[in-house]
Design a protein around this ligand. Structure first.
Ligand code: 9MJ
Length: 670
């Protein structure tokens, strides 16, 4: 039996301990205890508070649950206005900004705090004696909405500040965002429930935070990063912006890991480029970077113009979404016969390039977004991914905008188009009779990760098929220099180069050959596993479904697809022709089961290794029985981190997955 006094003491102990682990987890990114242990502490606290409800305080870590829905948000007047930022769209505008500051401060070089510009929702958090008492939106800058109940549900916002030395009143400012992965998951759930989906993470974050029912907010994957302060009384903060941020961090508020102090325009522009290069890898949307004069005394001298400080500027990235007109919808046929509707667009500059085509994915997506020919649409191009039509600006729809329906016959070969019940894609049933599918199969065969035929690009494959010079991949090896030299825009020298490249490609590896065949469901990794498992092509070709299922990572669908492929006579014919053309590979030594020291272990490799290529490392690991996958999850056993690792290294740390450097990897492989 616990006495009330004992309970009180234990409750305090638990809260301190939980707050400490929250700090380690959210701020330091370095949890000390497993999730299970954390949950145990939280449950113990919940149980005690249930038994002694008098002990419950609003800053207890158990009090993150939603509260009763509100009728409306109350208004909050910001004591210190929440400013907006002026924008710079190019280097010249950044130089002008810097020059104005240098002139006014009579300095040669300015020190700036550089930060990513998060694309979320600006929020003010008010702490009184270290306890979160109010959360408010920016609103128009002078007054916003009271969203206290909602911000309390966000785990990265401390209900109570950590450590000591914070001012009596401290208003923290920052951005509430939704991560890209959280956003995708949320939209999936919304779709499954037949509820409205969100256009982008920013809208999802805003929609989630402005819920009158905080129970809904509590289910949404929101996060908070702080980037400044507002009202401060009863205490003093550091005299540089970057040092204030460090203080906030010590008090348990999360900072963006990309924050950096830089010098002069040069430092700013280098920072810009560095963050722009990382943009796609970050798990949250940013629309630029912000430079702030680091010294607060200097900031004061600079002052403000209307609503924006003269000491800060947002250097914007090229927009990833733009509006344009959908001129037509064409249908493309892929290697496996899948029909993809492609939007032909009025050219538009987006994500740094001019875009004229964008994918519409499939019929269901077109229907869901209600895309019609003639519509004004929003096109998104992010990084190297294929541009896509995100949504329609319905208010701009003109009369006569036409709905789209997938054709019943293949636009290339005229064969029937079928859509299986459980598939999103409609497919041409023409198989290798369909010229489009044949062309795609040959392009795949020649690709870098397959047979790696240098100089045989997509356009050339199309010409060769169109001219009737080749019919399948094996015909490539019967080409003579003169056949090729006769083609449009093909000089004698390039023709010889192609023949040489074809010759060279004859010596390959078994896994590349398997991958190059374009068997459905057999990607690079599966091809490698199959090569290692069977050791010879003959053994793979003769294998039955029940044996294939025993190969690691091969399930019934993949097994069926492989058997089906080898069952087709025309596939066997092409394979025979290829082997007769002299395609060969070195023998594979199948590592006996007893020597597969890494059996069942899952690896992810990120960054560049110095002693071998990533492909080579993958092959070696697979030979030792390991699985090598592309993304880090709780199921990953090891993440191998080379030079310049991507976000996978960070993810591994967050999940507590063991990290190996190259030396440790080599030791494991011995
Ligand atoms: C964002 N959105 O990431 C500011 N911001 O500073 C950063 N916004 C800001 N700073 C003063 N990093 C006003 C707004």
């Amino acid at each position: 039996m616990t006495t009330a006094a004992e309970a009180k003491k234990r409750v305090q102990q638990l809260r301190d301990e939980i707050n400490h682990h929250n700090y380690l987890y959210y701020v330091e990114d370095a949890p000390e205890i497993p999730d299970s242990e954390y949950d145990r502490l939280l449950r113990e606290l919940q149980a005690l508070e249930q038994e002694y409800p008098d002990l419950i305080t609003t800053d207890s870590p158990t009090q993150r649950v939603g509260a009763a829905p509100l009728k409306a948000f109350a208004e909050v007047k910001h004591k210190v206005p929440m400013l907006s930022l002026n924008n710079a769209f190019d280097e010249q505008e950044v130089s002008d900004f810097d020059r104005r500051i240098c002139e006014k401060l009579e300095r040669k070089e300015i020190t700036y705090a550089a930060e990513p510009k998060l694309d979320g929702l600006a929020i003010s958090l008010l702490y009184e004696d270290g306890v979160l008492v109010r959360g408010a939106t920016r609103g128009d800058g002078s007054s916003g909405e009271d969203v206290t109940q909602n911000v309390r549900t966000i785990e990265t916002i401390p209900l109570k500040l950590h450590g000591k030395g914070f001012p009596q009143t401290l208003e923290v400012r920052g951005e509430v965002i939704m991560t890209k992965s959280g956003f995708n998951k949320l939209n999936e759930t919304q779709r499954a429930k037949g509820e409205k989906t969100f256009a982008n993470p920013r809208n999802a974050a805003a929609g989630s935070l402005r819920q009158l029912d905080s129970n809904i907010t509590a289910t949404r994957p929101l996060e908070f990063y702080s980037y400044g302060v507002g009202q401060v009384t009863g205490g003093k903060l550091a005299s540089r912006h970057s040092d204030i941020l460090k203080q906030l961090r010590d008090w348990g508020l999360r900072l963006n890991p990309e924050l950096k102090v830089v010098k002069g325009v040069k430092g700013c522009l280098e920072y810009y480029q560095n963050i722009l290069n990382k943009r796609e890898q970050l798990n949250y949307d940013i629309d630029g970077v912000v430079y702030k004069v680091d010294g607060l005394a200097e900031q004061d001298v600079m002052g403000f113009v209307s609503r924006a400080p003269r000491w800060a500027i947002a250097h914007k990235f090229p927009a990833q979404e733009e509006m344009t007109t959908l001129l037509a919808i064409d249908v493309q046929v892929g290697r496996t016969g899948a029909l993809t509707p492609v939007a032909r667009l009025e050219p538009v500059f987006v994500g740094g390039v001019t875009v004229t085509n964008a994918t519409l994915h499939n019929q269901d997506e077109i229907d869901r977004k209600d895309v019609r020919v003639g519509d004004t649409v929003i096109v998104r191009r992010a990084g190297d991914v294929i541009p896509e039509v995100v949504s329609v600006v319905t208010s701009k729809r003109k009369k006569g905008a036409r709905k789209f329906k997938m054709p019943a016959h293949c636009p290339v070969c005229g064969s029937e188009v079928l859509r299986l019940d459980d598939e999103a894609a409609a497919r041409c049933t023409g198989g290798l009779f369909c010229e489009a599918q044949r062309k795609e199969a040959i392009k795949h065969f020649a690709a870098r990760k397959a047979m790696d035929i240098d100089g045989l690009g997509d356009k050339l494959v199309e010409q060769l098929v169109d001219e009737g010079l080749i019919h399948d991949a094996a015909d490539l090896f019967t080409l003579k220099k003169d056949d090729v030299a006769g083609l449009e825009r093909m000089a004698d020298k390039s023709a010889q180069n192609l023949i040489d490249a074809l010759d060279k490609s004859r010596s390959t590896t078994l896994d590349r050959f398997i991958f190059s065949l374009g068997i459905r469901q057999v990607g690079e990794t599966t091809a490698r596993t199959l090569a290692q498992h069977f050791g010879s092509f003959d053994a793979l070709m003769k294998s039955k479904e029940d044996e294939l299922i025993n190969v690691s990572d091969v399930g019934p669908i993949v097994a069926e697809s492989i058997c089906h492929f080898f069952h087709e006579k025309h596939n066997r014919d092409v394979i025979n022709k290829l082997l007769k053309a002299g395609i060969s590979w070195p023998d594979i030594e199948v590592t006996p089961k007893s020597k597969q020291t890494l059996a069942e272990k899952t690896f992810v490799i990120t960054g560049t290794l110095s002693s071998m290529g990533r492909d080579e490392a993958k092959a070696k690991l697979i030979a030792l029985g390991a699985k090598v996958t592309g993304s880090v999850s709780k199921k990953t056993d090891y993440v191998v981190v080379g030079e310049n690792p991507g976000s996978k290294a960070t993810k591994a740390e967050q999940l507590g997955v063991e990290i190996l450097d190259e030396d440790k990897l080599l030791a494991l492989m011995k």
